[in-house]
Design a protein around this ligand. Structure first.
Ligand code: F1P
Length: 366
């Protein structure tokens, strides 16, 4: 069966192609030697700043958390607009900063202006991460990681998100000199290969059998950015209302909305597992429907998950991070189709947000 025909066929085909795409991106990066040369060039940096917009910002959040855990270096993520509008707050106290500008298209105005500001006004050397070589971002930055194989035709980002995150994890492993993590990252795509098709079928069935009014996505540490991205997927594709939270933050007010028509998706970490499982049990007790993505499900997960996605990969947590994005992408596609939306033509969205010069605020950085 071709996944390329009909409504949402393009987005679905790109989503399902991820394991092959990851393998290709990693082998091209290995062949080019880019990660080693970029790692050497920026190794002296004491702090990393990941910058993007939309999905690329959420990927920046996960990449910052992953880089800190892998290298022990300080890292944070901001939307490009925050850097442009509040540069003193974002850059306060930073020394030896390595800014990483993330943009699938390499054309998003805010990201380009951030690159120009950091390179020009701040005299900092920046790294671009993009799926579109030859675009203005690559020219504005001092170095670039290019992932042409991950580019999409779709407006909504799926494999570009996961592949750019994977490349940044491989860069972190290179900076840390962690050969074992690099090898595990390279083993991951083959292990993930059977997952998209089976998960797609299960999610279609789950969506057909249930009605949801609201969507919540929970994750801690590097999973928080992935939770934000999953919420964005269902919003972009199906025009549903969705909110992401750090899992334990959900208790502090938001749980008021819980009921059977609220689908709560948990991206369970290993590090925070016990505390996150307590939230899962509470959410279930309060009557919500739950979707759990985890590597290994124990009894507590099984008893509280309405839909369980158990990866079962013999890999460390940071080598399988990108795979946790798949369920949210497929849920977005299935929900869009059920609600009569076409994921290939998301309402009100364009593939790139390009601002006219007239919209440039009167501010030093912007
Ligand atoms: C980022 C982005 C997308 C989003 C939207 C517009 O683009 O915000 O995440 O889906 O349709 O662009 P980029 O800077 O990564 O190209």
């Amino acid at each position: 069966m071709s996944h390329n025909s009909g409504q949402g066929g393009q987005t679905l085909a790109e989503t399902l192609s991820q394991p092959q795409c990851w393998a290709k991106c990693l082998s091209e990066l290995q062949a080019s030697g880019d990660l080693e040369s970029i790692g050497r060039r920026f190794a002296a940096g004491g702090e990393w700043l990941f910058v993007g917009c939309g999905s690329s910002y959420y990927l920046a959040q996960s990449a910052a958390a992953a880089l800190s855990a892998i290298t022990g270096l300080r890292a944070k993520a901001v939307p490009a607009s925050e850097l442009l509008l509040f540069p003193e707050a974002v850059l306060a106290g930073s020394a030896g900063l390595v800014p990483v500008l993330i943009s699938r298209s390499g054309k998003t105005t805010e990201v380009l202006r951030a690159a120009e500001y950091l390179e020009g006004t701040r005299n900092l050397r920046t790294l671009a991460v993009t799926c579109a070589p030859g675009q203005p971002l690559e020219k504005a930055a001092s170095a670039a990681i290019r992932l042409s194989a991950a580019d999409e035709q779709s407006t909504v980002m799926t494999r570009s998100f996961s592949s750019m995150l994977l490349a940044l994890e491989a860069l972190a492993a290179t900076v840390a000199g962690d050969q074992s993590l690099l090898e595990n990252l390279r083993r991951m795509p083959a292990l993930a290969e059977p997952l998209p098709a089976t998960l797609h079928a299960r999610i279609l069935e789950f969506v057909a059998a249930n009605h949801f009014a609201d969507y919540v996505y929970l994750g801690q540490g590097p999973f928080y950015g992935l939770a934000c991205e999953a919420a964005l997927k269902i919003t972009e594709m199906s025009c549903s209302y969705a909110q992401p939270f750090h899992a334990l933050e959900f208790r502090h007010g938001p749980k008021a909305i819980l009921g059977p028509e609220v689908l709560v998706t948990f991206l369970l970490s290993e590090q925070g597992r016990q505390a996150e499982l307590d939230v899962l049990e509470e959410v279930k007790r309060l009557g919500a429907t739950t979707l759990v993505v985890t590597n290994t499900a124990g009894e507590r997960v099984r008893a509280n998950a309405d839909l369980l996605v158990e990866l079962g990969f013999d890999l460390p947590e940071y080598a399988r991070l990108t795979v946790y994005g798949l369920a949210g992408q497929l849920l977005g596609i299935a929900t869009a189709l059920k609600k009569g939306f076409n994921p290939d033509q998301p309402r009100n969205l364009s593939r790139v947000v390009v601002l006219e010069p007239a919209e440039k605020p009167e501010h030093a950085a912007f």
